[in-house]
Design a protein around this ligand. Structure first.
Ligand code: GYE
Length: 327
Protein backbone atom coordinates (compact mmCIF):
# COMPACT_ATOMS: atom_id res chain seq x y z
CA UNK A 1 0.00 0.00 0.00
CA UNK A 2 2.77 2.44 1.12
CA UNK A 3 4.69 1.59 -2.06
CA UNK A 4 1.60 2.51 -4.16
CA UNK A 5 1.30 5.91 -2.45
CA UNK A 6 5.00 6.61 -2.97
CA UNK A 7 4.71 5.60 -6.64
CA UNK A 8 1.65 7.85 -7.13
CA UNK A 9 3.44 10.79 -5.40
CA UNK A 10 6.54 10.25 -7.58
CA UNK A 11 4.29 10.15 -10.68
CA UNK A 12 2.58 13.42 -9.64
CA UNK A 13 5.95 15.08 -9.02
CA UNK A 14 7.20 13.95 -12.40
CA UNK A 15 4.06 15.30 -14.07
CA UNK A 16 4.35 18.70 -12.34
CA UNK A 17 8.04 19.05 -13.19
CA UNK A 18 7.25 18.21 -16.85
CA UNK A 19 4.46 20.72 -16.86
CA UNK A 20 6.81 23.31 -15.31
CA UNK A 21 8.88 24.23 -18.36
CA UNK A 22 5.90 23.80 -20.70
CA UNK A 23 3.76 25.93 -18.42
CA UNK A 24 6.60 28.43 -18.39
CA UNK A 25 6.83 28.07 -22.13
CA UNK A 26 3.07 28.46 -22.43
CA UNK A 27 3.37 31.39 -20.01
CA UNK A 28 6.05 32.84 -22.32
CA UNK A 29 3.88 32.02 -25.33
CA UNK A 30 0.86 33.63 -23.75
CA UNK A 31 2.97 36.67 -22.89
CA UNK A 32 4.52 37.12 -26.29
CA UNK A 33 2.61 39.89 -28.03
CA UNK A 34 0.02 38.80 -30.58
CA UNK A 35 1.71 38.89 -34.01
CA UNK A 36 1.10 42.62 -34.42
CA UNK A 37 -0.32 43.15 -37.91
CA UNK A 38 1.71 45.63 -40.01
CA UNK A 39 -0.01 49.01 -39.73
CA UNK A 40 -1.10 50.73 -42.92
CA UNK A 41 -1.03 54.56 -42.98
CA UNK A 42 -2.36 56.69 -45.83
CA UNK A 43 -0.59 60.03 -46.31
CA UNK A 44 -1.97 62.78 -48.63
CA UNK A 45 1.00 65.14 -49.16
CA UNK A 46 0.53 68.67 -50.55
CA UNK A 47 3.11 68.42 -53.34
CA UNK A 48 6.78 69.10 -54.00
CA UNK A 49 6.78 72.92 -54.15
CA UNK A 50 9.82 73.61 -51.98
CA UNK A 51 12.91 72.15 -50.33
CA UNK A 52 10.91 72.22 -47.10
CA UNK A 53 8.28 69.95 -48.66
CA UNK A 54 10.88 67.57 -50.10
CA UNK A 55 12.56 67.29 -46.70
CA UNK A 56 9.17 66.74 -45.08
CA UNK A 57 8.28 63.98 -47.55
CA UNK A 58 11.65 62.26 -47.08
CA UNK A 59 11.25 62.40 -43.32
CA UNK A 60 7.80 60.77 -43.47
CA UNK A 61 8.85 58.04 -45.93
CA UNK A 62 12.06 57.18 -44.06
CA UNK A 63 10.31 57.12 -40.69
CA UNK A 64 7.57 54.79 -41.98
CA UNK A 65 10.25 52.40 -43.25
CA UNK A 66 12.14 52.54 -39.96
CA UNK A 67 8.90 51.80 -38.08
CA UNK A 68 8.02 48.95 -40.47
CA UNK A 69 4.73 50.69 -41.26
CA UNK A 70 3.20 50.36 -44.73
CA UNK A 71 2.84 53.88 -46.15
CA UNK A 72 0.38 54.67 -48.93
CA UNK A 73 1.77 58.04 -50.04
CA UNK A 74 0.10 60.39 -52.54
CA UNK A 75 1.64 63.61 -53.90
CA UNK A 76 -1.46 65.76 -54.44
CA UNK A 77 0.22 68.46 -56.53
CA UNK A 78 -1.04 71.46 -54.49
CA UNK A 79 -4.69 70.58 -55.19
CA UNK A 80 -7.19 70.17 -52.37
CA UNK A 81 -9.42 68.05 -54.61
CA UNK A 82 -6.55 65.58 -55.08
CA UNK A 83 -6.06 65.40 -51.32
CA UNK A 84 -9.78 64.71 -50.80
CA UNK A 85 -9.73 61.96 -53.46
CA UNK A 86 -6.64 60.43 -51.84
CA UNK A 87 -8.25 60.48 -48.36
CA UNK A 88 -11.42 58.88 -49.74
CA UNK A 89 -9.34 56.13 -51.35
CA UNK A 90 -7.54 55.52 -48.03
CA UNK A 91 -10.98 55.13 -46.41
CA UNK A 92 -12.06 52.67 -49.12
CA UNK A 93 -8.84 50.70 -48.57
CA UNK A 94 -9.62 50.59 -44.84
CA UNK A 95 -6.18 51.89 -43.80
CA UNK A 96 -5.42 51.98 -40.08
CA UNK A 97 -4.60 55.73 -39.99
CA UNK A 98 -4.89 58.72 -42.29
CA UNK A 99 -2.41 61.60 -42.10
CA UNK A 100 -2.25 64.68 -44.31
CA UNK A 101 -1.01 68.24 -44.61
CA UNK A 102 -4.01 70.42 -45.62
CA UNK A 103 -2.98 72.66 -48.52
CA UNK A 104 -5.54 75.23 -47.28
CA UNK A 105 -7.43 75.50 -44.00
CA UNK A 106 -11.03 75.22 -45.23
CA UNK A 107 -13.07 72.46 -46.95
CA UNK A 108 -12.16 69.33 -44.93
CA UNK A 109 -15.28 68.73 -42.85
CA UNK A 110 -17.03 66.20 -45.12
CA UNK A 111 -14.06 63.98 -45.88
CA UNK A 112 -12.87 63.92 -42.26
CA UNK A 113 -16.41 63.09 -41.14
CA UNK A 114 -16.34 60.17 -43.58
CA UNK A 115 -13.03 59.00 -42.05
CA UNK A 116 -14.58 59.26 -38.58
CA UNK A 117 -17.62 57.22 -39.69
CA UNK A 118 -15.19 54.59 -41.01
CA UNK A 119 -13.45 54.58 -37.62
CA UNK A 120 -10.12 55.64 -39.13
CA UNK A 121 -8.16 58.04 -36.90
CA UNK A 122 -6.78 61.14 -38.66
CA UNK A 123 -3.55 62.97 -37.82
CA UNK A 124 -3.06 66.47 -39.27
CA UNK A 125 0.58 67.28 -40.07
CA UNK A 126 2.34 70.58 -40.89
CA UNK A 127 -0.59 72.92 -41.64
CA UNK A 128 -3.86 73.11 -39.66
CA UNK A 129 -7.37 72.57 -41.02
CA UNK A 130 -10.46 74.47 -39.93
CA UNK A 131 -12.38 71.49 -38.57
CA UNK A 132 -13.91 70.43 -35.29
CA UNK A 133 -11.29 68.99 -32.92
CA UNK A 134 -13.17 65.69 -32.70
CA UNK A 135 -12.45 65.02 -36.38
CA UNK A 136 -8.73 64.44 -35.81
CA UNK A 137 -6.60 62.79 -33.13
CA UNK A 138 -3.79 65.31 -33.06
CA UNK A 139 -1.91 68.08 -34.95
CA UNK A 140 1.85 67.89 -35.42
CA UNK A 141 3.61 70.97 -36.81
CA UNK A 142 4.89 74.49 -36.21
CA UNK A 143 3.60 77.68 -34.64
CA UNK A 144 3.49 79.77 -37.81
CA UNK A 145 2.23 82.86 -35.96
CA UNK A 146 5.40 82.77 -33.84
CA UNK A 147 7.52 82.42 -36.99
CA UNK A 148 5.90 85.61 -38.37
CA UNK A 149 6.50 87.41 -35.09
CA UNK A 150 10.18 86.40 -35.03
CA UNK A 151 10.62 87.62 -38.60
CA UNK A 152 9.15 91.03 -37.67
CA UNK A 153 11.39 91.38 -34.61
CA UNK A 154 14.47 90.55 -36.71
CA UNK A 155 13.37 92.99 -39.44
CA UNK A 156 12.93 95.73 -36.82
CA UNK A 157 16.46 95.10 -35.62
CA UNK A 158 17.82 95.33 -39.19
CA UNK A 159 15.83 98.48 -40.06
CA UNK A 160 16.29 100.24 -36.77
CA UNK A 161 12.53 100.02 -36.24
CA UNK A 162 11.76 102.23 -39.25
CA UNK A 163 11.00 101.50 -42.90
CA UNK A 164 8.77 100.23 -45.71
CA UNK A 165 8.44 96.50 -46.17
CA UNK A 166 7.24 94.38 -49.09
CA UNK A 167 5.76 90.94 -48.44
CA UNK A 168 5.63 87.86 -50.66
CA UNK A 169 3.00 85.54 -49.19
CA UNK A 170 2.68 81.76 -49.34
CA UNK A 171 -0.46 79.94 -50.56
CA UNK A 172 -3.58 82.05 -49.99
CA UNK A 173 -5.79 80.44 -47.34
CA UNK A 174 -3.05 78.12 -46.08
CA UNK A 175 -2.43 77.97 -42.33
CA UNK A 176 1.28 78.72 -42.89
CA UNK A 177 0.73 81.90 -44.94
CA UNK A 178 -2.23 83.18 -42.92
CA UNK A 179 -0.51 82.86 -39.55
CA UNK A 180 2.92 84.07 -40.70
CA UNK A 181 1.29 87.19 -42.14
CA UNK A 182 -0.76 87.68 -38.96
CA UNK A 183 2.24 87.22 -36.66
CA UNK A 184 4.36 89.67 -38.67
CA UNK A 185 1.60 92.31 -38.92
CA UNK A 186 0.56 92.06 -35.27
CA UNK A 187 4.16 92.54 -34.14
CA UNK A 188 4.52 95.64 -36.32
CA UNK A 189 1.21 97.08 -35.07
CA UNK A 190 2.06 96.38 -31.45
CA UNK A 191 5.71 97.43 -31.28
CA UNK A 192 6.96 99.08 -34.47
CA UNK A 193 4.60 101.90 -35.58
CA UNK A 194 7.27 103.32 -37.95
CA UNK A 195 7.48 100.10 -39.96
CA UNK A 196 4.78 99.31 -42.47
CA UNK A 197 3.97 96.82 -45.22
CA UNK A 198 3.65 98.85 -48.43
CA UNK A 199 3.09 95.96 -50.89
CA UNK A 200 2.02 92.35 -50.48
CA UNK A 201 1.40 89.68 -53.13
CA UNK A 202 0.72 85.92 -53.09
CA UNK A 203 3.64 83.80 -54.31
CA UNK A 204 2.30 80.33 -53.38
CA UNK A 205 5.69 79.29 -51.92
CA UNK A 206 7.15 78.98 -55.45
CA UNK A 207 10.62 80.33 -56.27
CA UNK A 208 9.68 81.65 -59.71
CA UNK A 209 6.81 83.60 -58.14
CA UNK A 210 9.38 85.21 -55.90
CA UNK A 211 11.21 86.44 -59.00
CA UNK A 212 8.03 87.64 -60.69
CA UNK A 213 6.60 89.50 -57.70
CA UNK A 214 9.91 91.12 -56.65
CA UNK A 215 10.39 92.35 -60.22
CA UNK A 216 6.96 94.05 -60.04
CA UNK A 217 7.71 95.55 -56.60
CA UNK A 218 11.01 97.02 -57.86
CA UNK A 219 9.39 98.39 -60.99
CA UNK A 220 6.71 100.09 -58.90
CA UNK A 221 8.80 101.58 -56.11
CA UNK A 222 12.40 100.33 -55.83
CA UNK A 223 13.57 103.46 -53.98
CA UNK A 224 10.80 103.08 -51.43
CA UNK A 225 11.55 99.51 -50.32
CA UNK A 226 13.68 98.99 -47.20
CA UNK A 227 12.84 95.39 -46.39
CA UNK A 228 11.36 92.17 -47.86
CA UNK A 229 9.49 89.51 -45.84
CA UNK A 230 9.03 86.28 -47.85
CA UNK A 231 6.94 83.47 -46.34
CA UNK A 232 9.48 80.85 -47.43
CA UNK A 233 13.08 80.53 -48.59
CA UNK A 234 12.27 79.65 -52.19
CA UNK A 235 10.42 82.93 -52.76
CA UNK A 236 13.19 84.89 -51.00
CA UNK A 237 15.86 83.23 -53.18
CA UNK A 238 13.89 84.13 -56.30
CA UNK A 239 13.42 87.69 -55.05
CA UNK A 240 17.10 88.39 -54.36
CA UNK A 241 17.95 87.37 -57.95
CA UNK A 242 15.70 90.25 -59.10
CA UNK A 243 17.11 92.67 -56.54
CA UNK A 244 20.63 91.97 -57.82
CA UNK A 245 19.48 92.16 -61.47
CA UNK A 246 18.00 95.57 -60.64
CA UNK A 247 21.49 96.69 -59.58
CA UNK A 248 20.99 96.99 -55.81
CA UNK A 249 22.33 94.84 -52.98
CA UNK A 250 20.02 92.32 -51.30
CA UNK A 251 20.69 92.11 -47.55
CA UNK A 252 22.19 95.61 -47.65
CA UNK A 253 19.99 98.05 -49.64
CA UNK A 254 16.92 95.86 -49.05
CA UNK A 255 16.97 93.70 -45.89
CA UNK A 256 15.58 90.21 -46.61
CA UNK A 257 13.95 87.80 -44.16
CA UNK A 258 12.31 84.48 -45.00
CA UNK A 259 11.08 81.28 -43.28
CA UNK A 260 12.05 77.58 -43.32
CA UNK A 261 15.88 77.57 -43.00
CA UNK A 262 16.03 74.00 -44.38
CA UNK A 263 18.26 73.82 -47.47
CA UNK A 264 22.02 74.18 -47.72
CA UNK A 265 21.42 76.88 -50.34
CA UNK A 266 19.53 79.15 -47.95
CA UNK A 267 22.12 78.72 -45.20
CA UNK A 268 24.96 79.52 -47.62
CA UNK A 269 23.02 82.55 -48.89
CA UNK A 270 22.52 83.79 -45.31
CA UNK A 271 26.27 83.31 -44.81
CA UNK A 272 26.90 85.69 -47.76
CA UNK A 273 24.55 88.24 -46.15
CA UNK A 274 22.28 88.45 -49.24
CA UNK A 275 19.47 87.08 -47.06
CA UNK A 276 19.71 88.42 -43.51
CA UNK A 277 17.71 85.74 -41.68
CA UNK A 278 15.31 82.81 -42.02
CA UNK A 279 12.89 81.80 -39.24
CA UNK A 280 13.25 78.08 -38.63
CA UNK A 281 10.36 75.78 -39.61
CA UNK A 282 10.92 72.10 -38.85
CA UNK A 283 10.05 69.74 -41.77
CA UNK A 284 11.36 66.57 -40.07
CA UNK A 285 7.98 65.45 -38.71
CA UNK A 286 8.08 61.79 -39.79
CA UNK A 287 9.46 60.21 -36.60
CA UNK A 288 7.01 62.17 -34.42
CA UNK A 289 4.08 61.16 -36.66
CA UNK A 290 4.75 57.44 -36.31
CA UNK A 291 5.74 57.67 -32.65
CA UNK A 292 2.34 59.30 -32.06
CA UNK A 293 0.58 56.51 -33.98
CA UNK A 294 2.38 53.89 -31.86
CA UNK A 295 1.25 55.72 -28.72
CA UNK A 296 -2.37 55.72 -29.93
CA UNK A 297 -2.04 52.01 -30.71
CA UNK A 298 -0.91 51.39 -27.14
CA UNK A 299 -3.91 53.32 -25.87
CA UNK A 300 -1.73 56.10 -24.50
CA UNK A 301 -2.99 59.69 -24.32
CA UNK A 302 -1.52 62.07 -26.94
CA UNK A 303 -1.54 65.88 -26.90
CA UNK A 304 -4.03 67.58 -29.21
CA UNK A 305 -1.30 69.88 -30.61
CA UNK A 306 2.37 68.89 -30.81
CA UNK A 307 4.54 71.88 -31.81
CA UNK A 308 8.18 71.92 -32.94
CA UNK A 309 10.64 73.98 -30.96
CA UNK A 310 12.10 76.56 -33.39
CA UNK A 311 14.56 79.44 -33.56
CA UNK A 312 15.74 81.88 -36.24
CA UNK A 313 18.88 81.56 -38.36
CA UNK A 314 20.83 84.79 -38.90
CA UNK A 315 24.27 85.75 -40.20
CA UNK A 316 25.38 85.54 -36.56
CA UNK A 317 24.54 81.86 -35.94
CA UNK A 318 24.38 80.37 -39.46
CA UNK A 319 27.74 78.58 -39.09
CA UNK A 320 26.38 76.23 -36.43
CA UNK A 321 23.51 75.29 -38.81
CA UNK A 322 25.90 74.78 -41.74
CA UNK A 323 27.96 72.42 -39.61
CA UNK A 324 24.84 70.35 -38.79
CA UNK A 325 23.23 70.19 -42.21
CA UNK A 326 23.60 66.94 -44.12
CA UNK A 327 21.02 68.03 -46.70
O1 GYE B 1 7.13 77.04 -45.27
C1 GYE B 1 6.97 76.03 -47.45
C2 GYE B 1 6.16 74.85 -47.96
O2 GYE B 1 3.61 74.24 -44.88
C3 GYE B 1 5.39 75.00 -43.44
O3 GYE B 1 4.98 74.90 -47.16
C4 GYE B 1 4.99 74.51 -44.83
C5 GYE B 1 5.32 75.50 -45.90
C6 GYE B 1 6.80 75.89 -45.98
O4 GYE B 1 5.95 74.92 -49.29
O5 GYE B 1 8.29 76.03 -47.92
Amino acid sequence: MKLNIVLILMLCLALVSCAGPKAAESKEVSNTPKTSKKLIVGYAQIGAESEWRLANTRSIQEAAKAENIELLFTDCMQKQENQIVAIKSFIAQKVDYIAFSPVIESGWNDVLTAAQKANIPVIIVDRKANVDENLYKTFIGSDFYEEGRKAAIEMAELLNKKGNICEIQGTLGSDAATKRKMGFEDELKKNYPNMKIVRSEVGDFYREKGNEIMKSFLKAEAKNIDGLFAHNDEMALGAIEEIEAYGIKPGVDIKVISVDAVSKEILETIKTGKINASAECNPYLGPLLFETIRKIERGEKVQKNIYSDESIVTTKNVDEYLRKISY
